[in-house]
Design a protein around this ligand. Structure first.
Ligand code: AMP
Ligand code: TRP
Length: 334
């Protein structure tokens, strides 16, 4: 039998887990988890990544735990996948230092996300922001990852990861597996409900712009009803109809129906009826998740036990890769 492929991905515990995260990333995590014969999956709450912006400590701790519960609630299963906290496995920070020495300032400075975030937070362009993709490379490479399921916005970071890994392998000898991105065909970019030309973002301060996967049904219906569209009345997927395209994408992703099929049904029914149908489909998809989430949050002990067990499994793998790296670069054994 062929060796199983290792799948790795991570998510930052800030704001809320959005419908964009769910459709663009987490649903693929689930799909890969269920193909047990082929894939071995490792998913992380990448809390160290979130430190590039200032976090309120109490809120940060609470959000991180809530994110972990949300991952379990969507169906990620600690019996099938490794689920853990990045900051609990010290090798991430250690390998980042080594990989920083294999990454050029020019390369890191060319990252779109770095440029965007530097523009937005001019008063806090810290070293962590620049090294962010290097920490991401360390996450991926520590586990000898083959496949990385992410949204399209992370593709560039993955290319940098590959470059760093190849550079290291060429300088020493094959040490790291070279990872590949795994990007969904539809839903790779779910847009903001308030500004459908921008991506739906966890950190958007406008509450109407995003849907959290644990929003109550009424909130979901209201947000979709208020979603910005255009001043025509035809439901169809077409260049320039950002709002409608986005709602069609969401509807298609949660219902499994094709965009053409949905557009055919709602083409001339008006936006109100269409939005109502989109809202109902989203509510039905998210209802069981919210129910499971509430049960999990009521049992902190169980949550902590699952986290500890995931941490240990991740640590064992990460330890092996880091000692290989230290040996190859010539650090004296301890
Ligand atoms: P982030 O919310 O930026 O930490 O992203 C976590 C994961 O969700 C990454 O794989 C992103 O590519 C994906 N993602 C984030 N926002 C969206 C979105 N609006 N549409 C699709 N995927 C997204
Ligand atoms: N940078 C990713 C994002 O913002 C999150 C992330 C961190 C990640 N480490 C990772 C994703 C490793 C995949 C693999 O979405």
């Amino acid at each position: 039998m062929e060796k199983k492929k290792t799948v790795y991905s991570g998510i930052q515990p800030t704001g809320c887990l959005t419908l964009g995260n769910y459709i663009g990333a987490i649903r693929n995590w689930l799909k890969l988890q269920e193909e047990l014969e082929e894939y071995f999956c490792i998913y992380s709450i990448v809390d160290l990544h979130a430190l590039t912006t200032r976090q309120n400590p109490a809120l940060f701790r609470k959000t991180a735990l809530s994110f972990f519960a949300q991952l379990l609630a969507v169906g990620l299963d600690p019996e099938k996948s490794i689920l853990y906290f990045q900051s609990h496995v010290p090798q991430h920070a250690e390998l980042t230092w080594v990989l920083n020495c294999f990454t050029y300032v020019g390369e890191a400075g060319r990252m779109t996300q770095f440029k965007e975030k530097s523009r937005k937070h001019k008063d806090n362009i810290n070293m962590g922001l620049m090294s962010y993709p290097v920490l991401m490379a360390a996450d991926i490479l520590l586990y000898q990852t083959d496949l990385v399921p992410v949204g399209i916005d992370q593709k560039q970071h993955l290319e940098l990861t590959r470059d760093i890994a190849m550079r290291f392998n060429a300088a020493y000898s094959p040490t790291f597996t070279i990872p590949q991105p795994y990007i969904p065909k539809t839903g790779a970019k779910i847009c903001s409900l308030s500004d459908p030309t921008a991506k739906m973002s966890k950190s958007d301060p406008d509450e109407n712009a995003t849907i959290s996967i644990i929003d109550p049904p009424q909130a979901i219906m209201n947000k979709i009803k208020r979603a910005v569209t255009d001043c025509e009345s035809v439901v169809e997927y077409r260049e320039g109809k950002h709002g409608i395209n986005n709602l069609l994408t969401i509807f298609s992703a949660v219902s499994g129906r094709s965009i053409e099929d949905i557009a055919d049904e709602y083409r001339n029914k008006g936006y109100a009826a269409f939005k109502n149908a989109v809202g109902e489909a989203v509510v039905e998809e998210l209802r069981p998740i919210r129910e499971r989430y509430e049960k999990l949050m009521a049992d902190k002990e169980y949550l902590m036990q699952v986290i500890r067990s995931g941490d240990e499994k991740a640590d064992r793998i990460a330890r092996r890769t880091l000692s290989k790296v230290y040996r190859k670069i010539g650090l004296v054994e301890r």
